[in-house]
Write a protein that binds this ligand. Structure first.
Ligand code: NDP
Length: 242
């Protein structure tokens, strides 16, 4: 039943989001890909895939309301929302500036409100919705140097559990995917020496592929996943934490 359903992927033009956009397109969804500022990457993605791109800041409510309105009038009512856009601004907490803290909370946590609130009433009225949120292993276990990121990525798990309980009776599921380390620009920006140390902690012995996250999204978006609600799926190559 994916055929023709409209899916919005935030941060859908690069990295994991681009793989999700392409994966949903291949399953028959009408995809709209959002991005924040990298016009060059967005235009290259659009030329490659034919997927329409929409530039708006996921941390800003007015921009999201306008962007979502444009998508719903140009592409159709959004039935699948993938809250994927995210940033890092790493640093030890005792040296972290409030700017770095706020930037990450805004993009990674406020975006749960700004991107979901404008479209959830439509999902409720139509009696169907799939909301899939990309958290992180570092939201589950905490990561030194990432207090801001870990706080935001843990926050989205609580958000999903609460919203799932509010929305389940309306045919809406809200689930989280917590990726481990995936080979995208975000992780390739980590110095090679540190990256190799990270890879040594992954039982599978390699970084994940963006497509491996996309396949998990495709499943959670499907009709068959209708009884999975408020859950967090780890996709991390077997990294264990308590
Ligand atoms: P990338 O940096 O490769 O891509 C990020 C995407 O998000 C880009 O499309 C970017 O747009 C968009 N974006 C960033 N800020 C905004 C904003 N304010 N408004 C709109 N769009 C924005 O990231 P990844 O693909 O690596 O990460 C995707 C998600 O997965 C993130 O939430 C990240 O935290 C999470 N994650 C990633 C892991 C990894 O190992 N890579 C591991 C665990 C979780 P633009 O191109 O315009 O900059």
């Amino acid at each position: 039943m994916a055929q023709g359903r409209v899916a919005l992927v935030t941060g859908g033009t690069r990295g994991i989001g681009a793989a999700i956009s392409k994966g949903l397109q291949a399953k028959g969804y009408k995809v709209a890909a959002n991005y924040g500022g990298n016009d060059e990457a967005a235009q290259a993605f659009k030329a490659e895939t034919g997927i329409p791109v929409f530039k708006f800041d996921v941390g800003d409510l007015a921009s999201c309301e306008a962007g979502i309105k444009a998508i719903e009038s140009e592409v159709g009512p959004i039935e699948v929302l993938v809250n994927n856009a995210g940033i890092t601004r790493d640093g030890a907490f005792h040296k972290m500036t409030f700017d770095k803290w706020q930037a990450v909370i805004k993009t990674n946590l406020d975006s749960m409100f700004t991107c979901t609130r404008p479209l959830i009433e439509g999902m409720r009225n139509r009696g169907f919705g799939r909301i899939i949120i990309i958290s992180s292993i570092n939201g589950q276990k905490g990561q030194a140097g990432q207090t801001n990121y870990s706080a935001a990525k843990a926050g989205v798990i609580g958000f999903a559990k609460a919203l799932a309980q509010e929305s389940a009776s309306k045919g809406i599921t809200v689930n989280v995917i917590a990726p481990g380390y995936i080979a995208t620009d975000m992780v390739m920006a980590v110095p090679e020496e540190i990256r190799n140390k990270i890879i040594a902690t992954i039982p599978t012995g390699r970084l994940g592929k963006a497509e491996e996250i996309a396949h998990a999204v495709e499943y959670l978006a499907s009709d068959e996943a209708g009884f999975i609600n408020g859950s967090t799926l780890t996709v991390n190559g077997g990294q264990h934490f308590v």
